[in-house]
Each structure stands twice: as C-alpha cells, then as structure tokens.
Design a protein around this ligand. Sequence first.
Ligand code: ADP
Length: 281
Amino acid sequence: MQGENVPAPYELELTGKDGKPIMIEVSGRLISYKGRPADLATVRDIRERKKLEEQRLRLEKLAAIGEMATMVGHDLRNPLQSIANAAYYLNNELPHLSSSAPMPNKVMEMISLINESVNYADGIIRDLRDFSATRQPMLEKADINAIVKAAIRQLEVPENVGIVIELGRLPEIGVDIDMMKRVFMNLARNGIQAIENGGILKVSTKKAKRFVEINFGDTGTGISKENMEKLFTPFFTTKAKGMGMGLAVCKRFVDAHGGSIDVESKEGKGSTFTVRLHVLR
Ligand code: ADP
C-alpha cells in the first residue's frame, strides 16, 4: 500500500499448538475493499503438498540409483566371471603342479577367499539389479511349502542356530517361484544373522482366511522402534558388511504379487516377519 512491490508467494514455517512445524505458503496482493486500497493475504497449509514433493523426489532418486546400478552391475559381471573362472582353474591345476611338495594350505585358502569374495560381490550386483528391475512376476501354480524348503536348504546355518520348520496344509497358489524363493531366503538369512549368541529361527506356514501366511520368527536381537520405520528403505543397514537391499527387494517382490509383508519385533527378544499372499488371484 506504500507503493512497494508485492512479494511473490513465499513459504514459511510456523509452529503449531502442539509444537510441530507447519509449512505454509503466503501470497498477498493489493485489492480494493469498500472503495479503499487493501491487502488480501492467503495463507495455505502446504504440509500435504510438501509430503508429496518429498515422495516424488525420493522415487526419482531411487529410479536414478536403479539405472546406475543396472549399468554398473552389467559391466562388473564379466570381470567377476573371469576371476571366478581363473580361481576355478587354479584350484584344479595347482595341486598337480608340484609333484614333490604338497601345495601350501595358504595358497588353497587364498583361492577360496577369491571365490567367497566373488560370490559376495555377485550378491550385491544381484540385489541391486533385482531392486531396479521392473520385471513382472511370472506366475505359476506352486507349492509354497516346497519353495520355503528349497530356500532354507540353500542357507548356511551356524551351529548355534536351530531351525524349526512347521508347514501347514496350503492350497497351491500362483507365484513367481524365483522371486518367492529370494524373499524367503532373505527373510530367513536376516533372522539367522540377528541371532548372536545362539537361538532359534522358526519358519512356519499356514492358511489364514483368504491368505497363505509365511512366518519367519527369530530369537535374535530385535529391532529398535527408530529402525522399524527404515527397514524396507533401500540401503538401510546396521550390518558392517550389509548392503541394505535385502528387505527392499523382498517388499518389491511381495508387492508385485499383491501381497503384504509385516514385521513385529521386541528389542532383545526377537522379530517375526510375516508374508501374506492372496489365495485367489
Ligand atoms: P542387510 O541384511 O544387508 O542389512 P536388509 O534390507 O535385509 O539388508 O536388512 C536391513 C536391516 O534391517 C538390517 O541391517 C537389520 O538392522 C534389520 N533387520 C532385518 N531383519 C532383521 C531381523 N530378523 N532381526 C533384526 N534386525 C533385522
């Protein structure tokens, strides 16, 4: 009203009665009110808009990570395969080279270290690729119990961890067998890794109403309240050698089946992850 320029709409943070911040947008303009010049200011609560913007940014970031991961993963696969082939060759040939003295243990130990490292790196690439892949599940009628058993067979179980398996009677349902096996392996492996000083991982299946339920309950460390919200976020990990993609991949695969994955946990007591898949699809 003093003849200065009206500012463009701007954002401001206010504090609500409960002490929480409220983002608002203020826009003002000059109007004529009852024949006299006046200010018209609009204050808009933009919390929802901010949330959606953040969500969009996060999705864009994930898509970019995915693209890069696919590229890098693709380029790393070939050299990794060469390293694995070379280690395989050495493993076969070295013992025959020195007929007089046996090969020092250290040499064979190093070869198996190469193999382990290749497998580890390969796992990281696979996780990244799985997460970024837009592959739709290839559904076929399958026996979930058989997939659970196959997944557990492939895991290394330390001596101080007991695995209890209780399989209920289930109808066959349409799933992508490879995807589900990965989900079950990831959940079971996490359960085993959460057990530090010996304990039990109980894997059970049952039909509950219109769902098939698969439970992975461990007597491990449990999960803090704070971490509960971050579990399924890509790259969230509390493990020294963790990648943080396991649960993100699980969620992506289960979502692609129209199913759900839930977790209950008590710190110091253990955690249970539950996958639910629709019987009729
Ligand atoms: P990673 O195993 O590479 O850390 P995940 O996405 O599989 O990646 O898991 C993310 C994090 O969630 C883990 O680092 C761990 O802190 C937590 N977590 C997952 N499963 C369990 C479990 N059964 N018990 C306790 N913590 C778990």
